[in-house]
Ligand binder design. Structure first.
Ligand code: CAA
Length: 259
């Protein structure tokens, strides 16, 4: 496993916790950090059953893309920078394991875009969410105009994107942007509990369910439902399915092997 400059990785059985570690700049994403994040996520794609993403320190998850790195960029280098963000966010959606964002403070711009590419978002009471790119004269660049709309709808997304205003955790929960709010001290523990629970479920079932949700979103309902029926049927030919159903009937916990 590689060692990183701006990323910390901690393993706890089937759970990997990846922390963006640039607290002096509120964990802003520069290109090195984006590349390291991509590499860390890739390295854990196979073995981890769940990946938790969070930010170092007690102020920020990620306060956005790094504005000092962006300031001198030309359109071409900005395009390349944007691609780095798109690579890691698409990767999070494509991974077979579950991803959970533990938002422990500001999740702004690229930070919010990173969070909304995860499967679930839990936030601390002090979390703040926003897409302030227009205050800098640009649009969101890591998928914010697309993923936020899909989560909270056009009206709410446009309000956030056009004003650049932040919303607090309570409002984020109200509009369906996050799964839940937890005290800052217990946020990570809560995310680990959810991750541990997911790790006890059928791995093939989780990865296929994730793929169905992600791919189905862009498909017509009939075609997406057909894909679901096919996946459901295919899983009947797996050890995990036999084990899961036998364990239920024998009144014992299942031992899934991802086969
Ligand atoms: N990039 C670079 N540095 C950043 C940063 C960012 N996104 N956010 C914060 N920092 C730095 C500050 O410059 C400051 O550094 P110094 O101590 O060297 O001055 C340090 O982090 C602490 O920040 P503040 O002093 O500003 O802290 P605060 O508590 O007063 O304010 C804040 C906190 C409201 C989050 C404020 O820092 C802020 O507004 N940050 C910028 C947020 C932003 O605009 N994010 C979007 C970036 S654009 C983007 O993400 C594009 C995209 O979609 C790809």
């Amino acid at each position: 496993m590689a060692s990183f400059e701006n990323i910390l990785v901690e393993h706890d059985g089937p759970i990997a916790t990846i922390t963006v570690n640039r607290p002096k700049s509120l964990n802003a994403l520069n290109s090195t950090t984006l590349r390291e994040l991509t590499q860390a996520v890739r390295e854990h794609a196979e073995q981890a059953r769940a990946i938790i993403l969070t930010g170092a320190g007690d102020k920020a998850f990620v306060a956005g893309a790094d504005i000092s790195e962006m300031k001198p960029m030309t359109p071409w280098s900005a395009r390349e920078f944007s691609e780095l963000g798109h690579v890691v966010t698409a990767l999070l959606e494509d991974l077979p394991c579950a991803t959970i964002a533990a938002v422990n403070g500001y999740a702004l711009g690229g930070g919010l875009e990173l969070a909304v590419a995860c499967d679930m978002i839990f936030a601390s009471e002090n979390a703040r969410f926003g897409l302030p790119e227009v205050t800098l004269g640009v649009t969101p660049g890591f998928g914010g105009t697309q993923r936020l709309v899909r989560l909270v709808g056009k009206l709410r997304a446009k309000e956030m994107i056009f004003t650049g205003d932040m919303i607090d955790a309570k409002r984020a929960l109200e509009i369906g942007l996050i799964n839940g709010i937890h005290p800052r001290e217990s946020l990570l523990a809560h995310c680990k509990t959810v991750a541990q629970k997911i790790a006890t479920r059928g791995p093939l079932a989780i990865s296929r369910a994730k793929r169905l949700v992600e791919r189905g979103y862009d498909m017509a309902l009939r075609a997406a439902n057909r894909q679901e029926a096919e996946t459901f049927a295919l899983l009947f030919d797996t050890e995990d399915r036999r084990e899961g159903m036998a364990a239920f009937l024998e009144k014992r916990p299942p031992k899934f092997q991802g086969k």
